[in-house]
Design a protein around this ligand. Structure first.
Ligand code: CTP
Length: 393
């Protein structure tokens, strides 16, 4: 996701500096080339050699080693991340001081920037620090955290550097095209569970990975995302507002509660089509139950179709076989703008995988097949269709 980007990672003197090694690694996993600049204080907590070994690039510390390093490195960087950012560095940078290589680079740099503050909670509350952080936000610097929790000094409070995964996610979001800004997208994901008794339920096979990938991709592209999730064990994406729903009834209520503001709805949840005609408080004796009578649940997508207004409505059709005719009929019946057909009999398009194989069927009849892709890539091609319908509600 950061493929081809030159990330400049500034490390300052906080105990959280040791986490910067992992941060460098994770940024590289996302495809970034990472150059590191460290303050003298940072070198007391972690050695430049560690960062050199991880990134494969010389680490920059000394302002006077190369007369133009601060100019060249700033010019060739696409993103500047300072993590951890100490109170001293934040205050220094905010008034434009340039007394070490990192602060000179900051002055010479003019692109997207992120800071992850880390300090004792009292220092973080300090009015100078607060006012400087506010000013950075105003000028477009993304401030990540700090988080609340136990601090290195043994105290509790707001001052811990944010998790590495959160900083990486912020970096990806900053570097993504924000072509869905203005969209408010409602995504559903995962299965629903229809209880029979306290132990047993009816459900569908679904990991939720496709819906979570859609929510993440949409958020990265600047959309305001609400994810209505059935029970699944995928980590909630940073920056997405999440509502949990257990049953199809819960999901229906949550969807219609958030529908008003939505400009688009993506129903990727595998909503159970049936519920048992009974729902007992106590566990049923298997010797007494001879058969189960099933009732149909509400087809949420169909109901959405009848109230869609100008919203862009996307549904999924999981079929055994590439049944375009059946999926197209569902698209018409449910008044969708786009149907995502996946043939669950194909290897790589099944459940619980990180990949999917889809055919996109558009309202006007265009049908396009895609090869096996990662679910996050599938999410982007689905969202590309939405891009053309921006800003309606
Ligand atoms: N869906 C829904 N409410 C349900 C069942 C399904 O909103 N009670 C939605 C799913 O989220 C999906 C779409 O309908 O986007 C298609 O689901 P699918 O199970 O493939 O098709 P159905 O229309 O339910 O028909 P069938 O199960 O007979 O194939």
């Amino acid at each position: 996701m950061l493929s081809g980007s030159n990330v400049l990672l500034g490390i300052t003197g906080s105990i959280a500096a040791y986490k910067a090694a992992d941060l460098a690694r994770r940024l590289m996993d996302e495809g970034a080339k990472v150059n590191v600049v460290m303050t003298d204080a940072a070198c007391r907590f972690i050695t430049p050699y560690t960062l050199e070994s991880i990134t494969g690039n010389a680490v920059h510390v000394d302002l006077f080693r190369d007369p133009y390093c601060h100019i060249h490195l700033a010019a060739e960087s696409d993103l500047f991340i300072i993590a951890p950012a100490t109170a001293n560095t934040i205050n220094k940078l905010s008034c434009g001081l340039a007394d070490n290589l990192l602060s000179c680079l900051w002055l010479a740099y003019d692109g997207p920037a992120l800071m992850a503050p880390a300090m004792n909670f009292r220092m973080y509350k300090n009015r100078t620090v607060q006012s400087n952080i506010k000013n950075f936000k105003k000028t477009g610097v993304e401030i990540i955290g700090p988080a609340k929790g136990s601090l290195a000094c043994g105290e509790e409070g707001k001052g811990r550097m944010s998790e590495v995964s959160e900083i990486v996610e912020a970096a990806i979001s900053v570097m993504s095209p924000h072509d869905l800004t203005g969209h408010k997208i409602l995504v559903t994901a995962g299965p629903t569970r229809e209880q029979i008794d306290p132990v047993r339920y009816i459900s569908n096979r679904s990991s939720g990975k496709m819906g979570y990938a859609l929510a993440l991709a949409a958020k990265r592209r600047g959309a305001d995302v609400t994810l209505v999730s059935g029970p699944c064990s995928v980590d909630p994406p940073h920056g997405v507002s999440i509502v949990y729903a257990e049953t199809s009834d819960d999901m229906e209520k949550a969807v219609f509660k958030h529908l008003d503001k939505a400009t688009a709805v993506i129903m990727s949840a595998a909503v159970s089509d049936f519920r048992a005609d009974l729902n007992t408080k106590n566990k049923l004796d298997k010797n007494i139950v001879k058969s189960l009578k099933l009732n149909k649940t509400t087809d949420i997508l169909k109901k959405l179709g009848s109230r869609k207004g100008k919203r862009f409505l996307i549904g999924f059709a999981a079929e055994s076989g590439k049944n375009v005719k059946r999926a197209s009929a569902k698209l018409k019946e449910k008044k969708l703008d786009l149907m995502v057909l996946n043939d669950i009999s194909q290897e790589g398009a099944g459940f619980d995988t990180d990949t999917n194989i889809v055919t996109l069927i558009h309202k006007k009849g265009d049908v396009k097949d895609y090869p096996i892709m990662k679910k996050i890539e599938v999410a982007h091609i689905i969202l590309d269709c939405l891009k053309k319908k921006k800003g309606s509600s």
